[in-house]
Design a protein around this ligand. Structure first.
Ligand code: PLP
Ligand code: COI
Length: 340
């Protein structure tokens, strides 16, 4: 029998909540230890850890969903396992075997089962796996030791209002360099985005849109989500760039649009001065789910897509299908769902 927690599930935002147990595994002398669940939500690490000085770390984000029948399921955790390893390789950290990664996620969900929001509230349990370089070190080189940790917390919408349109402004700064670490989920990319995010919020926008760092003519992505647009002839289009984070939600939507909604889809350049080609646009990601974009401000003008206040019909269908798959109401493609 589960303990119950006193949470107003339907009004959760995206804020830290300490849950009961987290998974910690340590790497030393070439091997990961078995890992264990711990109560303490603090980590004690050397003052000289590479994660603290040189940003040698990476992280992931995935969710556990409560279905109508009360079961709990993860959405495509093998894709997060693959991506955390791509990030680890990019910053010279040891990889985590896929089964260890998924097992750690399952252990954490099971140990905090009473924090998995009830079906129908729209809330989910967000899992945050991460790897950090630790141990005594001072030169700019890979750490002698590593910690892999997974913690979780119940969350509601990342952007206030959830499925309500929000406006973005184009950032004057870049999120990533042309041949840099943009495709890896490393903390430095996010540190670099804090100022642009704050400037956008101060101007009344939900977040900013980044342009490609080489030519500043093409949409890259949002600070914490990928971009998609629906063309006037109903194609699902999303930017293709080596410096954006390969969003698992975006690849899932490419599949959903093509196979479930029978739309034409493409990953290609999206020019910032040709936003007129889109009748709808949105941001997509694990935290953002699908957030409709009302408008994008560029060079002082707000380009409005479908509407500043109403969700477009294609965005709504994409959302309903993806959400249905994630919560177990729509049949998922083979291998997308892992039961906890
Ligand atoms: N882009 C950035 C910069 C992100 O932080 C995220 C979140 O993970 C995404 C895109 C969306 O990726 P995913 O759909 O895998 O969560
Ligand atoms: C996610 O969607 O999982 C993210 O990592 C986005 C953000 C909270 C950093």
């Amino acid at each position: 029998m589960c303990k119950t927690v006193d949470i107003d599930w339907s009004n959760l935002g995206f804020s830290y909540i300490k849950t009961d147990l987290r998974y910690v595994s340590k790497w030393k002398d070439g091997n990961w230890d078995e890992g264990t669940l711990v109560e303490d939500h603090h980590l004690s690490i050397s003052e000289s850890s590479t994660a603290l000085h040189y940003g040698q770390q990476c992280f992931e984000g995935l969710k556990a969903y409560r279905t109508k029948s009360g079961k709990i399921q993860l959405f495509r955790p093998n894709q997060n396992a693959k991506r955390i390893n791509d990030s680890c390789k990019r910053v010279l950290m040891p990889e985590i075997p896929e089964d260890k990664f998924i097992d750690a996620c399952i252990q954490v969900v099971k140990a905090n089962e009473h924090y998995v929001p009830p079906y129908g509230t729209g809330a989910t349990l967000y899992l945050r796996p991460f790897v950090i370089g630790v141990g005594d070190n001072i030169g700019v080189k890979p750490a002698p030791e590593y910690i892999f940790c997974v913690f979780c917390l119940p969350v509601g919408p990342y952007f206030k209002g959830g499925m309500a349109p929000v406006n973005f402004t184009v950032s004057q700064y870049d999120r990533a360099a042309p041949y840099g670490t943009g495709a890896a989920k490393v903390g430095g990319n996010y540190a670099g985005s804090l100022l642009s995010h704050e400037l956008a919020v101060k101007k009344g926008f939900a977040d900013c849109i980044y342009l490609d760092p080489l030519t500043h003519t093409k949409i890259e992505e949002v600070g914490a989500a990928n971009f998609f647009g629906i063309t006037k002839d109903n194609k699902f289009i999303t930017p293709k760039s080596p410096s954006i984070l390969p969003s698992i939600t975006k690849y899932s939507l490419l599949h959903v649009a093509k196979e479930y909604l029978e739309m034409e889809v493409a990953e290609r350049d999206v020019l910032i001065d040709q936003l007129d080609e889109f009748k709808e646009a949105g941001a997509c990601g694990t935290a953002a789910v699908i957030t409709p974009i009302g408008g994008i401000e560029y060079k002082g003008k707000l380009h409005v897509f479908h509407s500043k206040t109403e969700v477009g019909p294609v965005t709504k269908k994409l959302y309903d299908t993806l959400y249905g798959i994630q919560f177990g109401d729509v049949k998922a493609p083979k291998g997308w769902i892992v039961e906890v």
